[in-house]
Design a protein around this ligand. Sequence first.
Ligand SMILES: [Zn+2]
Length: 122
Amino acid sequence: MHETSLVLSMCAQIRELAQKEGAQGVATITVRIGELAGVEFEAFSFAFEVYKKQDPFFAQAHLKIEKVPARLRCLLCGHETQAQGLTPCPACGQWGLEPITGKELDLLKVELILPEEGKDHV
Ligand SMILES: [Zn+2]
């Protein structure tokens, strides 16, 4: 299940960023994953749920996944389609569809839990 290693590297990246900001934890994580990225959305969320139980820094974090549908363009006639699986071009019938979206795997946004201002200066 490579989703686990994706979650681990994502969390390592977030932790680094969060520590630079002096954050106490992570509130929300938004990722964008394309249908063709080779990632199982369910497995990815599950791996994250498992991970956050082990790491207090992420205990309160809420994961949002933005799914990007696959869009394909035909190399031969330029027709664009939202195909499921391997299909020939619906317009010209040739096998020439190339993905134009759907391979995304991006960390879009991270909301951090920052210490309350002024608390440290009393
Ligand atoms: Zn075509």
